[in-house]
Design a protein around this ligand. Structure first.
Ligand code: UTP
Length: 445
């Protein structure tokens, strides 16, 4: 079918008219945009979503998914050592999903370039690069780092890394690749065209990561290198313990599961995080906004929340699992947003956590929020640069306290990830040597 026939069949006559009004490069560009889209799928999506009374809601019975805090488990040290051995054999890679638009933060650029205001003024990308390199040095093997961008932020991301000499990361161990995009539709299901006569293409959600990893050749690159475990994380968690050996070791030694996910106790019924639950006996995540009130507020006999397992978007996949997911169809979620000045447009996206039911069993791995989860979502208030600075400052002060350093009251500390990956290697001697260099002191705000 040629492009006109395809658009006709999809009810996109306005787009045909627009295309036919253009010539030269403008026409070629729009044609190229059109060719990236699956018009049949877009039509079906619009029909399905515009006829649904409630989008993305929960159907069937939900059961809680119990989890334990991993550091309380007697096997923790064994898991950690197992993970270190696997990292040392080059079997573990990091996978950063960084194709989001970061609209809530309001920063003009890829979120990973953002400086959360630590005394070192390191960007999120730099903190991550240093943490990974420290771990790689400890285990004695480079860690491949896959970075998914979107066509909207790819160039800026790659330029930033290039300008900073990849923060010391060996270039051959990093792969940048784009996620897919999907066209926004107006309230009547017609493709939105912007003022430059280009389609209004938006990233297809972090669930596009499985397709993008495979289609870009990155999954094959990892398999070729002998990688068997892929640690997937978001760009904005300032406390993320990337490629955490204990997490890797737990999945490797405990299970038949294709994946594991880090879980925290929810801060309260109204905290805006998805929760892990069994839906129709399959493990998955239910978004905060989709969780019916009766489940949200349900408590156990001791008063604790029944649906208590908060998703912090840190997952580990076996490569067999990723192979399976490359062709699987994840559901589409919708949001009604203003696009190119048109109100209530349809934006479609896939969520990576919808992959879990397709993989069967999943291993929850409980972690302590204060040690591992500080998302930078908003410019101010909750989950902001200020809360991230404070959480890092307090955690690193705790690391120093445990190393018998007499920290000053009212002071917070930033320990460089080049000095310590997760609190190890600190002492009074190291503190004296490094204060003002790799250990910086700052005031509580
Ligand atoms: P968020 O859900 O916080 O979305 O992404 P966001 O786009 O970064 O921010 P807002 O909602 O516009 O404020 C969680 C993680 O998923 C990635 C983000 O980059 C972040 O690491 N993501 C999100 C993608 O990689 N692609 C997407 O299409 C969406």
């Amino acid at each position: 079918m040629d492009i006109i026939e395809t658009l006709n069949a999809a009810g996109q006559q306005e787009l045909i008219a627009k295309l036919e009004s253009l010539s030269g490069d403008a026409r070629k560009n729009l044609e190229r945009d059109i060719a990236t889209q699956d018009w049949e799928e877009l039509k079906a999506l619009y029909t399905e979503k515009s006829n649904a009374s409630l989008d993305d809601n929960v159907s069937g019975e939900l059961k809680p998914m119990p989890f334990k805090i991993a550091t309380d488990d007697l096997r923790y040290d064994f898991w950690k050592e197992t993970g270190e051995i696997l990292l040392g054999k080059g079997q573990v890679a990091a996978f950063l999903v960084a194709g989001g638009q970061g609209s809530r933060l309001g920063f003009d650029g890829p979120k990973g370039m953002f400086d959360i205001g630590l005394p070192s003024h390191k960007s999120l990308f730099q903190l991550q690069a240093e943490r990974l390199q420290n771990l790689a040095a400890q285990v004695g093997h480079a860690i491949p780092w896959c970075i998914m961008t979107s066509p909207l932020n790819h160039e800026a991301t790659v330029n930033f890394f290039t300008e900073h000499n990849f923060f010391g990361y060996a270039r051959e161990n990093i792969r940048f690749f784009d996620q897919g995009t999907i066209c926004a539709l107006d309230p009547n299901g017609k493709a939105v065209v912007d003022e430059n006569n280009r389609l209004a293409l938006v990233p297809d959600g972090n669930g596009g990561c499985f397709r993008a990893l495979a289609q870009s050749g990155t999954l094959a690159w990892l398999i070729e290198k002998g990688v068997r475990y892929v640690f997937l994380y978001s760009v904005d968690n300032a406390l993320c313990r990337i490629c955490d050996p204990a997490f890797v070791g737990a999945l490797a030694s405990e299970g038949r599961s294709m994946s594991a996910s880090k879980v925290v106790h929810k801060a309260g019924p109204n905290e805006k995080v998805g929760i892990f639950a069994l839906q129709n006996n399959k493990p998955g995540v239910v978004e905060y906004s989709d969780l019916p009130e009766n489940y949200r507020d349900m408590t156990n006999a001791d008063g604790s929340l029944t649906f208590d397992g908060g998703n912090i978007a840190i997952h580990l996949f076996k490569t067999e699992g990723l192979r399976k997911l490359q062709t699987s169809k994840l559901p589409w979620h919708t949001a009604r947003k203003t696009v190119c000045g048109i109100e209530k447009c349809w934006k479609f996206e896939q969520f990576l956590f919808d992959a879990f039911p397709q993989l069967g069993t999943m291993m929850p791995f409980g972690v302590v929020r204060e040690e591992e989860f500080s998302p930078v979502k908003n410019a101010e208030g909750n989950d902001s640069p200020k809360t991230a600075r404070e959480m890092i400052g307090r955690l690193h002060r705790e690391w120093l306290r445990k190393a018998h350093v007499e920290v000053k009251p009212g002071k917070l500390y930033e320990v460089s990830p080049t000095l310590s990956y997760a609190g190890e290697g600190l002492s009074r001697r190291v503190f004296e040597r490094e204060l003002g260099r790799n250990i910086l002191e700052f005031d509580e705000e």
